[in-house]
Design a protein around this ligand. Structure first.
Ligand SMILES: [Zn+2]
Length: 473
């Protein structure tokens, strides 16, 4: 393997190296320097299907859960869905970060086949039949993500020790929590003679000791069923550890899907439901691109280009103690990372092209990354009547985020500016840890004012736009 980064210009000044500052390189560097902002996503709130919240919240809850059913691929698979209602017709769009395989598309068609056959006023027996049909397909299909959620639950149980942090006295055994769990789990699972504490202890123990990866669909079905009713029981957060409750709810989401789908489909007219069109918005193909693995060098290249003071590993660590470890060799080889247009951006582009002045709701199987949130905000600013409602944002940059092709040039510029502002923020924060008497002189600082003029940045923007795959007008 070559020891020279594929993207390094060998004629460039060696210290710090002047690297081509592609969007991929800058986003990769920023993704390694986590916790850039003090932004924290809103606290996790779970809506029981029966809770009456605003219609947008309920729709997003539905769409988020539907998108979960589509996560059938390898670790890191993610999906987004949007429902568009027009007159008498309803269209459901879905996308992943990569084109779906034929098997995935067939599975998704089968799942929505059950949905469209749901009666307008389903009996309890209809609901049970449909839930079983969906989960019988979904549990094996979604097993990779399910196993990952089970692993997290088991890990948390292990961290809590022998009594699993249960804070409950048998003397309190007539609370709403107990009534709710008993009513929904039946006396076969939650035996009448057992206290809530006994039941939880025994169940957690069995969850901890079973070999989940090889257990059949029926065992996983029972697990998500119990997890759902324990996790959604009233006041459960006063009895169990909060992180444990969140893990129960994440598993219980799979049990909630058919319930929520039925509630939502009963709101559609029979015509709309029967004619529901389910369509994949095929994303651009993923690409593998080289990026410099030394993100400090990337940040300093940006600093040199913009007449800012370069930073050091020491300053960066002081400013961002959680950032990823820098490579230990001076001249590490370039990494090849996979870039993709994130599924929510693919859906946004399709929906905006179809209806740029409408309200759109997009459900995603996980929280949005920082770049997707910024992208959606920029698109909304360009279309004053457009409203896009979607999941909360986890606030981090993700390596491999790519700008969709065919978007207006001003959107590309705005995205670039957001990324550049973040790199500047990194340098500014690192500089606050620098002693005034140890400031090194930046190369080319004499023309710093000129370089700060956006007009002089223009060629660099254009380079980056080309690097991002945007065809110049
Ligand atoms: Zn994203």
């Amino acid at each position: 393997m070559s020891t020279t980064p594929a993207m390094v210009d060998s004629t460039a000044a060696p210290n710090p190296p002047v690297l081509p500052l592609s969007l991929d390189s800058l986003v990769f560097a920023l993704s390694q320097i986590i916790s850039l902002r003090d932004y924290r996503p809103p606290s996790v709130t779970r809506l029981s299907p029966t809770h009456q919240k605003s219609s947008t919240e309920r729709h997003l809850r539905l769409l988020n859960l539907l998108s979960l059913l589509l996560v059938t691929g390898e670790k890191g698979d993610v999906a987004a869905v949007a429902l568009r209602l027009r007159g008498d017709s309803a269209e459901l769009y879905y996308a992943k970060n990569r084109p779906c395989t034929k098997n995935e598309n067939d599975y998704i068609k089968r799942i929505f086949g059950y949905v469209t056959k749901c009666p307008t006023s389903p009996s309890e027996a209809d609901c049970v039949t449909m839930s079983h049909a969906i989960l019988r397909e979904a549990i094996p299909a979604c097993r990779i993500k399910l196993n990952s959620r089970i692993t997290r639950l088991v890990k948390r149980l292990g961290e809590l020790g022998d009594n699993f942090g249960i804070c409950y006295s048998a003397a309190d055994d007539s609370t709403d929590t107990v009534h709710y769990i008993r009513k929904n789990l039946t006396s076969k699972v939650f035996k009448p003679e057992a206290s809530l504490s006994d039941f939880l202890q025994a169940w957690f123990k069995s969850v901890q000791t079973r070999a989940w990866e090889s257990l059949p669909t029926g065992s996983v079905y029972q697990l998500i069923w119990i997890a759902y009713y324990v996790g959604t029981s009233p006041d459960i957060r006063t009895i169990l550890d909060n992180a444990l409750v969140i893990r129960l709810l994440k598993l219980g989401d799979y049990f909630a899907v058919p319930i929520v789908v039925q509630a939502a489909m009963s709101l559609l007219t029979t015509t709309k439901r029967e004619d529901l069109s389910v369509q994949e918005i095929v994303p651009e193909l993923q690409r593998h691109v080289p990026v410099p693995s030394n993100f400090l060098a990337t940040v300093n290249s940006w600093a040199i280009h913009n007449s800012k003071y370069p930073t050091t590993a020491h300053e960066l660590t002081a400013a961002f103690p959680q950032h990823a470890k820098l490579p230990e060799v001076d001249d590490p080889p370039a990494l090849r990372i996979r870039t993709s247009v994130h599924c929510e951006c693919t859906l946004v582009m399709a929906l905006v092209a179809a209806a740029p002045s409408a309200k759109h709701e997009i459900g995603v199987s996980k929280s949005l990354c920082w770049m997707c949130r910024e992208f959606i905000l920029i698109i909304q600013r360009m279309h004053p009547l457009l409203q896009i409602h979607t999941s909360s944002c986890h606030g981090k940059l993700v390596a491999g985020w790519r700008i969709p092709e065919g978007i207006p040039r001003e959107v590309v510029r705005e995205i670039m500016k957001q990324v550049h502002d973040e790199v500047d923020e990194v340098l500014d924060r690192a500089a606050r840890n620098r002693k005034s008497d140890s400031i090194p002189r930046a190369t080319g600082s004499e023309d710093s004012e000129e370089k700060k003029d956006p007009a002089v940045w223009e060629p660099m923007f254009n380079d980056m736009i080309e690097d991002a795959g945007w065809e110049m007008e």
